[in-house]
Design a protein around this ligand. Structure first.
Ligand SMILES: Nc1ncnc2c1ncn2[C@@H]1O[C@H](COP(=O)(O)OP(=O)(O)OP(=O)(O)O)[C@@H](O)[C@H]1O
Ligand SMILES: [Mg+2]
Length: 494
């Protein structure tokens, strides 16, 4: 199936998200759609999927114009989309989820009707038992089930919106294999991404968007990494991340003693850590090993069962008292839209959330707006609209908004949980600069990441979290991907 977009334009208020975009996706082709945060990638694909209605333009399937006014229409034409937020029902089995996805699905199904779904699972989600409950699956497996759900509805073109931003390296490789298999089966794939590995591993062609326009297209096979970066960020290129000095040779800024905390699914056990002033401690681990719980416990966002978190030798969080709003602490949690901002509130209010707590009864709103405008400029949050509801920002810009709030003033202690998830190359550099600038000013930084290369490049030491315990804490200069990978999957040295 060949799909053509012709002259697509889409406006949201003052923002022209898609500006006369024409794009051709061939049969069996994997097209990598790249471009900075807010460039209009998701919008363009949501137009194709019938989630947004274009203001102008046409969609052609096999050279015939089609009307796509809803996702149901898109499905009827063989177009499916996997979003970043999963839409599976956690308490149901994999198979039940697949069958429920049919519009007008029967409540009861015969064994015969499950056969195609089971076959697709075996092919595109190997290792996922159809009877497993969805909430027991890893992130990578849930994503495969989402994909099979779309394939089970006979999608001939599959849109994946930043699928690897939530995946660990091995899971990403597994997805690359699945995408290659889709292409071999004659299906087409649009793969939205910020990662060059994705392009290298499975794309045939690359299209780059900037400011709502399609600015570049090329064959993926001939192009090297440097050229791709130039195409994505423009001629100016990328400025390297500022190099961080060694930690100060002073008593620990942050100490964690015998910390225990638990969630419904997992417990943290016996976490002991010291982080020096100026030190960046990276945390690696396969997702689901307690990363988010560790971040929440260290910042007082979740109760601590026993143990303590000390800042400069003084109790910050313990079983009896936590101070999540202590101004010495900054926190960038995972999934900012769920955990760090009120989506319906304006950018200005979200940027001053922490300050509102300490504000006088009648805050000077004008001051908040002025501060918001200045922060949005400094951290390059686009569009620069302080009155816009934060849920309207693109994924990357929302992340920058949280970073702006948490890192725009000097902190003593910062926890950053996957802070560059979904960010483009420039924004990633900017976030690292802001995070490491805190360390340069003397903060203790705990940085949780899936990106082993970046951890090895920038962190002073790296701890590996395995089943809620720290399996090891190693100087970054004395370890490598292989050793970390083994610790992440086995919890012990080889
Ligand atoms: N529902 C909406 N209402 C208002 N503005 C929107 C809406 N959706 C997107 N926008 C705006 O349209 C522009 C393009 O957003 P889009 O989400 O398509 O970008 P993107 O290229 O997918 O970025 P990212 O890499 O951050 O995901 C942005 O300026 C965004 O703020
Ligand atoms: Mg997007």
């Amino acid at each position: 199936m060949r799909v053509q977009l012709l002259g697509i334009s889409k406006r949201f208020g003052s923002v022209l998200a898609n500006d006369d975009v024409s794009l051709d996706i061939g049969e069996g082709e994997v097209l990598a759609l790249l471009g900075e945060n807010g460039a209009g990638k998701s919008t363009l694909m949501k137009v194709l999927y019938g989630y947004h209605r274009a203001d102008a333009g046409q969609i052609l399937v096999d050279a015939r114009e089609v009307a796509i006014a809803s996702p149901r229409d898109a499905m009827a034409h063989g177009i499916g989309m996997v979003f970043q937020q999963f839409s599976l029902l956690p308490a149901l089995s994999v198979l039940e989820n697949l069958l429920l996805a049919y519009p007008g699905a029967p409540a009861w199904h015969s064994p015969r009707s499950t056969a195609p779904a089971v076959r697709l699972l075996a092919e595109f989600a190997p290792g996922v038992d159809p009877r497993r409950r969805v909430d027991s699956l890893s992130v990578g497996q849930k994503q495969q089930v989402e994909l099979v759900k779309v394939l089970n509805l006979d999608a001939r073109l599959v849109i994946l919106d930043e699928p690897t931003s939530v995946l660990a390296p091995e899971e990403a490789q597994r997805l690359h294999e699945v995408v290659r298999r889709l292409a071999r089966s004659g299906r087409s794939v649009v793969f939205i991404t910020h990662k060059l590995e994705d392009v290298r591993a499975c794309a045939h062609r690359v299209a780059v968007m900037r400011g709502g326009r399609l600015v570049d297209q090329c064959d993926a096979r001939g192009v090297d990494g440097g050229q791709l970066v130039a195409r994505m960020v423009g001629e100016a290129g990328l400025r390297p991340v500022r190099k961080l000095a060694a930690p100060r040779d002073e008593p620990a800024r942050l100490s964690v003693r015998a910390l225990r905390s638990s969630s419904e699914t997992l417990s943290l056990e016996d976490i002991d850590l010291d982080i020096a002033p100026g030190e960046v401690l990276g945390i690696a681990g396969v997702s689901g090993n307690g990363q988010d719980l560790l971040a929440d416990a260290l910042t007082g966002m979740t109760p601590i069962d026993s143990g303590e978190v000390l800042l400069d030798g003084e109790l910050l969080h313990g079983p009896d008292a936590t101070r999540p709003h202590d101004p010495r602490q900054g926190y960038i949690p995972e999934y900012p839209l769920r955990n760090a901002v009120a989506g319906d509130m304006s950018n200005a209010l979200n940027l001053s959330l922490r300050r509102l707590l300490g504000l006088p009864l009648f805050p000077r709103w004008g001051e908040l707006d002025a501060r918001a405008a200045q922060l949005m400029e400094q951290f390059d949050v686009r569009p620069r609209d302080a009155a816009l509801a934060s849920a309207r920002l693109s994924g990357g810009n929302l992340q920058k908004l949280v970073i702006a709030r948490e890192l725009s003033q000097a902190r003593r202690f910062v926890v950053a949980c996957y802070p560059t998830m979904g960010l483009d190359l420039q924004a990633t550099q900017a976030v690292y600069d802001a995070l490491f600038a805190q360390a340069a000013e003397g903060a203790a930084v705990l940085w949780i990441s899936e990106d082993l290369d970046d951890l090895l490049r920038y962190a002073h030491r790296i701890g590996v979290l395995y089943h809620g315990r720290l399996a090891a804490v190693l100087p970054a200069a004395q370890t490598d991907r292989v050793r970390l990978g083994h610790l992440m999957t086995h919890g012990a040295e080889a």
